[in-house]
Design a protein around this ligand. Structure first.
Ligand code: PLP
Length: 365
């Protein structure tokens, strides 16, 4: 970690691996002898085709994506997928289930109401989104086309450790993995659709990745705009229109870096270690710091915490920033603090934060 860089605890756009940024810098002006920047290339030229194909191949290797699944590099953020999912995966009258464990899941549920009649089968709202239900607590609709979940709630810091199974044989699990994508191993074959905005773990904003089982493609509702129709994008290998070329290139560099680290098993180990260090510091602070989330479902990626003396929170954030630890303020809807510790956050950043927390407590207890 270079001295001129801060430790950026932002929820997204977020910290990227320094070696990836350096590699991009070294190729910025003239990509591998092409005489062009990736930003200047035709998306249909052989150079960019090699970039997008390599990005897809590396992502397939990382996640072990089976060949029955398509990988799409799209635009519009995960928010666009809140609409694209119902438009592609169900008809207006089909039953579909939503399990809401935080504000992102809630947004997805509300957007789906425009295109179908989603049923809210569980909500953590009354418990301030600090829990994840066990499969036994769910009353799924017997004939639901899909069950939608948010794998990791970025604002509330709750993360599924075991995924529910749709009860219906023809039901599909659909997951918004925006904030824990590529942070750990996943059995893709358990899902119908996985989608994620890139700007947390795998690249800059502007790229949204969709992984979809191919038999679910091709049944979009009649009014679906072309840009939201998975079939159009799948048939054109994500090149129906001009894709976010530079962003896809950056994601490719991140995938390569994750593979070089030994793949997602290794990445997951590092992420567990980092998260443990922060949660332990919170739990061992005698209540000076608190994390409201039930221990068994605490996120490895986003650690929300409050100060018992809430009047000190602004001071905490300000002092941390002076020590080059930035973006620790919690989301405006929940307050407190939040440390997002995505793949690219070095262990040293987490250690520095915990040392600061202890020092801050010693000075203010
Ligand atoms: N879903 C989750 C879990 C998120 O964390 C976010 C953004 O922070 C979104 C969806 C919305 O993503 P986007 O801004 O890419 O539309």
């Amino acid at each position: 970690h270079s001295q001129d860089r801060v430790f950026n605890f932002a929820a997204g756009p977020a910290i990227l691996p320094e070696n990836v940024l350096r590699k991009a810098e070294s190729e910025l002006y003239n990509w591998r002898g092409s005489g062009m920047s990736v930003m200047e290339m035709s998306h249909r030229g052989k150079e960019f085709l090699s970039i997008i194909q390599m990005a897809e191949a590396d992502l397939r290797a990382l996640l072990g994506i089976p060949s029955e699944y398509a990988v799409l590099f799209l635009q519009g953020g995960a928010t666009t997928q809140f609409a694209a999912v119902p438009l592609n995966i169900c008809k207006p009258d089909d039953p579909v289930d939503y399990l809401v464990t935080g504000s992102w899941g809630d947004k997805a549920f509300k957007e789906a109401q425009k295109f179908c009649k989603p049923k809210l089968i569980w909500s953590g709202k009354s418990e301030k989104y600090t829990k994840i239900p066990s499969s036994g607590e769910l009353e799924q609709s017997p004939d639901a086309r899909y069950l939608h979940i948010c794998a990791n709630e970025t604002i509330h810091g709750v993360e599924f450790k075991n995924y529910p199974t749709p009860e219906n044989q023809n039901g599909n699990l659909v997951a918004d993995m925006s904030s824990n994508f590529c942070s750990k191993t996943v059995d893709v074959s358990k899902f119908g659709v996985i989608y994620a905005g890139a700007q947390k773990n795998v690249g800059p904003s502007g790229v949204t990745i969709v992984i979809i089982r191919k038999d679910l493609i091709g049944n979009a509702q009649r009014l679906t705009p072309v840009m939201l129709d998975y079939k159009i994008h799948a048939e054109n290998n994500s090149l129906y229109n001009t894709p976010p070329c530079f962003g896809i290139y950056m994601c490719g560099l991140v995938f390569e870096d994750l593979l070089e680290q030994g793949g997602l098993k290794e990445v997951e180990k590092k992420n567990k270690k980092k998260a443990d260090i922060i949660y332990n510091a919170i739990d061992e602070s005698n209540g000076f710091y608190r994390c409201p989330v039930e221990k068994s479902v605490r996120s490895l990626m986003n650690v929300p915490f409050t100060l018992e003396k809430s009047e000190l929170e602004a001071e905490f954030v300000k002092e941390a920033a002076k020590e080059k630890m930035v973006q620790l303020k919690g989301h405006r809807s929940v307050g407190g603090m939040r440390a997002s510790i995505y793949n690219a956050m070095p262990l040293a950043g987490v250690e520095k934060l915990v040392a600061f927390m202890k020092d801050f407590q010693a000075r203010h207890a």
